[in-house]
Ligand binder design. Structure first.
Ligand code: GLA
Length: 757
């Protein structure tokens, strides 16, 4: 039984295959957190928490003569404010009387089969028998509010989800100032914070820092989950490595302004509070109304960061991404952006498609510039009718011609935005977010539409559903190329203005939901100036997201390795582009660009007409390899074989199929050194008793000529080694020379007769 209530001990326990989460309904009715960690089947772990009088930590009214009982020092499930806990609250509000805060007490609970859903928000889902739900309702006597805490228990996946619904069952309105998705108190231990920071063209680089006493915050106020501070965080033991050590992962399913506060308190207890960013939020909740806090997924492992990541990847692929494309083979695409920017017409596009098709590319994506008066980023956003000069006859003749080549056809859109120079802005200036009396700030020459308004979403649904119905479109790249300023909605009264950012996200989710439901066959890729909205909320609607506008393969290694801490390879948009690279000016071998891009949803961002014949041949070879290794890369587990923050001279990662029958090792040298012993790695995830044949060794870069012949790539092919040897004794690649050399080595499990198993 994954969820157990012990009526005598007043404990509620959530069990997954390897973890236990336990809470206690205290004598005062407060809901205390007892434990989250490796599985233990004890009915009560209350003995772990020793209440003691710590001074300056107040006592609840009923326990006012027991100075050891304090909300300020005991671990809690969902702390309110202004009632005895001075740490970061999960819920904060102001009532009509002006009274601030809540004192939440247990009212009831319910255990349900299946996984709860959240109206209007992305939420993990489960098939019959895969999940159970615990609902615990707390009440606040002063305001009459009820707070329903929701726990999704995915036993086999070893994951939990949390969310909260605030219901105003009282008689007067309240203004919610903070509604967290979760609070996790970790009462013991020393911990570090791992987070994914960045900037445009450098998203999700992993950084690990010790927790200081005080509060550390990871947040965004940009109206998007942001390039700068991804909402995912992990709390990890200082000794945790890729292969061992305790780690907690917190994965918000939210794409707007988020904030996670990590507080180390007076007793060194760690509190993590994660949810919508309260800095830019409030919500006016009338009697009878409800507010849904977005979901966050939660997991624990003592198997290190590698195990944490694999758990999250599997969970996202199975329980968060809902597109039918999640299990389908996605086409290798070529995108027009870096190849031609705004400078194209249908003839050039068709030539581009023909050349790509001859190389084995399966889909052509027409990026920005196809609509309205869009010849630069100065104008046209909002006018989603094909530019007649570039596309005479519209999109259909082009998509038909592309289809006739046997390719799919994809299109770029940026629904949430408008240029001042556009017919849409001329017709509806009030649809853009602007503060009355103040000139708005511009970003990339554009303004942000007020997606919180029903008529804006309705208009966009009408426009894009017509486009998808008539345009012969197989794929959409949904972009968002600036962050939000001047957040003010003409459609909201003054007391609701701080709802605008969250209402914006609800509008985006609504539009995504309607379009992806109406057009389930269309493959959607998310994007926000690269990876500025790469989060689990978006992945619910779009099974892949363009990882970064930085296509430099060496930069991409850090971006994709950092992204892989939480998000699966099948979700990472990655393309081979030309060198010198447009963002860094660096040159990396074509083959190595392929290794990095095929550790994502593989594609190209270049004009084949500008390539040499050798390079064109490389494309054929890469696409052939990608197709052959597709299941290993896209459906397998991804193991980082080098440490995230300090990989050394080379970075190595490996994919293994779920049945452990095939594996692919990838190595890229970022710092070539003389007289090097070669890249030595220990593989992971294989069957130790199994025998593996080295199937292919593809070296990109030359092998040091002074090496013994048996160590060169081709000589390794055909060797049979045990899984145990590869994992425990390890594998050494011959040292490669040149700038940024790399290699891919594939392994297949074989039987005693040498046949593939
Ligand atoms: C963003 C995207 C790019 C490209 C441009 C087009 O920057 O990340 O890939 O689509 O917009 O304007």
């Amino acid at each position: 039984m994954p969820i157990i209530y012990d009526a005598a001990l007043k404990t509620l326990s959530l069990h997954t295959q390897n973890t236990t989460y336990q809470m206690l309904i205290g004598d005062t009715g407060h809901l205390f957190h007892l434990y989250f960690g490796r599985r233990v089947d004890a009915a009560s772990l209350a003995y772990r928490i020793i209440p003691s009088d710590r001074g300056f930590s107040p006592n609840p009214f009923e326990a006012r003569y027991h100075r050891e009982i304090s909300l300020d020092t005991l671990p809690q499930e969902y702390p309110g404010a202004n009632s005895g806990d001075f740490r970061v609250p999960a819920l904060d509000l102001i009532g009509e009387s002006g009274a601030v805060g809540t004192d939440l007490r247990y009212l009831r609970h319910e255990i349900r089969a299946g996984k709860y859903a959240l109206s209007g928000l992305p939420a993990a889902f489960a098939e019959a028998g895969e999940a159970e739900t615990l609902s615990v309702t707390l009440g606040d006597a002063a305001t009459g509010l009820e707070v329903e805490l929701l726990y999704g228990v995915f036993e086999a996946a070893d994951m939990l989800t949390r969310a909260a619904i605030i219901r105003n069952t009282g008689t007067s309105a309240v203004t919610l100032d903070r509604v967290a998705s979760l609070c996790l108190d970790i009462p013991f231990g020393k911990w570090e914070l791992l987070h994914l920071h960045g900037r445009h063209c450098m998203e999700r680089n992993a950084e690990r820092v010790p927790l200081m006493r005080g509060i550390q915050t990871v947040s965004s106020r940009r109206g998007a989950s942001s390039h700068h501070h991804n909402p995912f965080v992990a709390i990890v033991a200082p000794s945790a490595t890729e292969t061992r050590g305790e780690c907690f992962g917190i994965l918000p399913l939210y794409s707007g302004n988020h904030r996670t506060d990590i507080e180390v308190d007076q007793t060194d207890s760690v509190r993590v509070v994660s949810g919508i960013n309260p800095d830019t939020f409030s919500w006016y909740l009338k009697p009878g109304d409800s507010f849904f806090a977005p979901e966050a997924a939660l997991c624990f492992t003592d198997g290190g960061l590698g195990d944490l990541s694999i758990r999250l990847h599997r969970f996202i692929r199975r329980h968060i991404i809902r597109s039918p494309w999640k299990d389908r083979r996605r086409p290798v695409l070529i995108n027009s952006w870096e190849a031609m920017l705004f400078d194209f017409d249908s003839e050039r596009l068709l030539r581009f498609a023909k050349q790509a098709s001859a190389l084995g590319v399966g889909m052509m994506v027409l990026d920005d510039g196809w609509f309205g008066a869009r010849n630069s980023d100065l104008e046209g956003l909002g006018d989603w009718t094909p530019n007649a000069a570039k596309l005479p006859g519209g999109l259909r003749p082009l998509s038909d011609a592309v289809h006739a080549l046997g390719m799919k056809f994809g299109l770029w859109i940026e629904p949430e935005m408008v240029n001042e120079l556009s017919a849409l802005y001329a017709a509806h200036p009030d649809w853009a977010l602007t503060v009355p009396g103040r000139n708005p700030a511009f970003g990339r020459n554009q303004l942000v539409l007020d997606m919180g308004r029903g008529e804006v979403v309705e208009h966009l649904f009408t426009v894009f559903s017509a486009l998808l119905r008539d345009g012969g479109i197989d794929y959409i790249k949904w972009d968002m190329n600036r962050n939000m300023t001047d957040v003010y909605s003409c459609a909201l009264p003054p007391e609701r203005q701080r709802e605008a950012s969250h209402r914006y996200m609800l509008g985006v989710y609504d539009l995504l939901d309607r379009l992806t439901t109406a057009f389930p066959e269309v493959l959607f890729e998310g994007c926000a100036g690269g990876g500025g909205r790469f989060d689990a909320g978006m992945l619910y609607y779009t099974p892949q997201i363009w990882c970064s506008d930085d296509t430099d393969a060496i930069e991409r290694i850090a971006i994709q390795q950092g992204t892989s801490v939480a998000y699966p390879v099948s979700a990472m948009g990655a393309h081979v582009s030309v060198c010198p690279n447009q963002q860094t000016g660096r040159s990396v071998p074509f083959g190595v660009r392929g290794i990095v891009a095929m550790s994502g949803t593989f594609g190209y961002e270049l004009d084949p007409a500008q390539l040499t014949e050798d390079e064109r041949q490389m494309i054929r070879v890469q696409i052939d390899r990608f197709h052959r290794w597709y299941d290993v890369i896209q459906c397998g587990d991804c193991h980082r074989l080098t440490e995230l923050e300090d990989p050394g001279d080379f970075t190595a990662w490996e994919f293994v199929t779920p049945d452990k029958s095939r594996a692919l090792l990838n190595v890229v040298t970022v710092h070539t050194r003389a007289n090097h012993p070669g890249a030595h790695v220990r593989l992971r995830g294989l069957d130790p008793m199994g025998m593996y044949r080295i199937d292919e060794v593809c070296c990109e870069g030359c092998v040091n000529p002074s090496m013994d012949a048996p160590l060169d790539g081709a000589a390794l092919e055909g060797r049979v080694l045990s899984g145990a040897s590869l994992m425990y004794a390890g594998f050494t690649l011959p040292p490669l020379m040149g700038d940024y050399p790399g290699a891919q080595v594939s392994f297949v499990r074989v039987g005693p007769d040498g046949g593939i198993l």
